[in-house]
Design a protein around this ligand. Sequence first.
Ligand code: NDP
Length: 243
Amino acid sequence: MDLQNKTVLVTGSTRGIGLAIAKAFYQAGCRVVLNGRKNVPEQVLAEFTDSQRVFAVTGDVADASEAQEMVAQALAHFGQLDILVNNAGITRDMLANRMTLEDFKAPIETNLIGSFNVTQPALKAMYRARSGCIINISSVVALIGNVGQVNYAASKAGLIGMTKTIAREAARRNVRCNAITPGMIETDMVAVLSEKTQEKLKSEIPLGHFGQPDEVAQTAVFLAENDYVTGQVITVDGGLAMV
Ligand code: NDP
């Protein structure tokens, strides 16, 4: 796909990996739709200097009607939706034997059902256009598990099943769907971990350090550009999980 003047919606793009992905697509010539639950801060919008190529939609992906409205607004503003990046995600860590059902459900509602909520209306537009690309931001823990993340790992593993199924259903309409499984990437999500935990995690990564949001963003741009890749899961993790 030639990214020039294509429209990309990146959910959860007020900071971290989502913001890096939005910037990478913008730099590649795309029109970018940013999203946050309550608002997209002015200072974030200001980083996209061509105001003609950026638009913000607020909405919680876990709410199906808000998700539909986000897609509708993106389509109304730019007239097309070529790429969707399902990036919005949360954690709610606790050991499985102590986790409440509410805490088990929270990441599933945002990470898995939220991705479906945005994917469905986006797919309809992409089917009409006979062209499109969906990129789901899963996690390496979907592949290898992680202590304290039974809910998050289940949500991200579900996203891989969804990716492959959408890839099979959508291929004949020239719509592709892939997933990225990042390892430890330096964002707010990782900053909440204690220094001791961070050092322990680094010692388990063959490359010896955490990744940067840009390194995930480069992979998202590759997946959008390469028309012959679909149903794939690409890991960006410094070698943490070699499965
Ligand atoms: P951050 O916590 O830094 O950012 C999360 C983003 O998602 C924010 O922009 C937040 O916006 C938004 N968001 C959260 N919930 C919702 C919602 N219900 N609806 C809309 N937007 C929402 O996370 P990261 O950048 O670290 O992570 C991004 C993605 O990458 C997530 O899916 C995460 O699971 C995944 N990932 C991250 C890894 C890491 O090491 N950092 C590793 C593997 C995967 P706001 O608060 O403004 O609503």
